[in-house]
Design a protein around this ligand. Structure first.
Ligand code: SF4
Length: 308
């Protein structure tokens, strides 16, 4: 069976760097990871085996017992950073630079006297960090959450992994619902997210179905699955190669492969190998070759990030 990999997929540089920083910690038994470093059971087990304490995002009210605290790529509010430092904890901060850029944008909008509106998922850990230092803010994830706010100045920005099309739709709705307000928009969607969306769009047109590899609890993996379905193709979501069922690929010649940002390379490679080992039962789509030759995009993402 022909398998086409999305030209951008899997772990972004922000998650890779955070994981590398965690692996480099030399006192794991005296370190608490402040939230989920990666939504990936294999990585969580590896970190647990080294002795890290891993604090659930929903359980960060009380202070950790360890001396050291590792902040994940999702970032936290400055107020929370100060609380941890004030209690004597040493911080290993792996906040992604593109999340830090979104924090700076939120603070700048607030400094301009604007009510800050974050386009994102209300209960997402990154959004909690983005809003944690603000006095006046709202979170909008759906059209139903758009309001007519009483403020005369609004500042809109995005969770870094928000979908661009959805952001534009919500921004238009906010402007329409607040004709009295001066609305400023800061597009803080990160480049790796844009590249993954673009790559998936190209892939969908060239394949019979798309296999999405990633954790069941990974928000961006679930978004990929939804995008495939929205694009008119069947999506098969697996966490590892053993979950593939050959019956799903009957009458299928060309399969697309993509993965969430918490998926390790070796897991993606194993899924690809298992797919290639399945016999083809139909002819490949005529447009498959063009996409399979498309260049990778992660290097572009890295250089864009390093400019921030
Ligand atoms: S902001 Fe983008 S690059 Fe950074 S960790 Fe999040 S998804 Fe990855």
């Amino acid at each position: 069976m022909q398998v086409i990999r999305a030209s951008a997929m899997g772990m972004c540089f922000g998650v890779r760097d955070a994981l590398a920083a965690a692996r480099a910690v030399d006192a794991p038994t005296d370190t608490t990871i402040w939230g989920e470093l990666v939504h990936n059971d294999g990585v969580r087990a590896e970190l647990a085996a080294r002795g890290f304490e891993q604090r659930a995002e929903s359980d960060r009210g009380s202070l950790p017992a360890t001396t050291q605290v590792l902040i994940t790529a999702h970032g936290i509010a400055e107020r929370e950073r100060e609380r941890l430092r004030g209690a004597g904890h040493r911080l290993v901060d792996t906040t992604c630079p593109l999340v830090a850029r979104a924090h700076a944008a939120a603070l700048q909008l607030a400094a301009e006297g604007r009510h800050v509106v974050v386009l994102g998922k209300r209960d997402h850990v990154e959004v909690a960090g983005l809003t944690g230092d603000l006095a006046s803010w709202s979170v909008v994830g759906h059209l139903s959450e758009v309001e007519r706010w009483p403020h005369s100045r609004l500042g809109v920005l995005c969770q870094t992994t928000f979908q661009e099309i959805e952001a534009r739709r919500l921004l238009d709705a906010i402007v329409a619902a607040n004709p009295h307000a001066d609305v400023v928009f800061r597009d803080t969607i990160c480049e790796p997210t844009r590249q993954r969306v673009r790559a998936l769009r190209e892939l969908i047109d060239a394949v019979d179905l798309v296999v999405v590899v990633g954790g069941r609890h990974s928000n961006n993996t679930r978004q990929l699955v939804a995008s495939v379905v929205k694009g008119g193709r069947r999506a098969i979501h697996v966490e590892r190669a053993e979950q593939l069922d050959p019956r799903d690929f009957a009458a299928c010649a060309t399969v697309g492969l993509t993965a969430g940002t918490s998926t390790q390379d070796e897991v993606i490679d194993a899924v690809e190998a298992a797919l290639r080992a399945m016999p083809a039962t139909a002819r490949p789509r005529p447009d498959a070759d063009a996409v399979s030759r498309a260049p990778g995009a992660e290097d572009t993402a890295r250089s864009a990030a390093s400019r921030t």
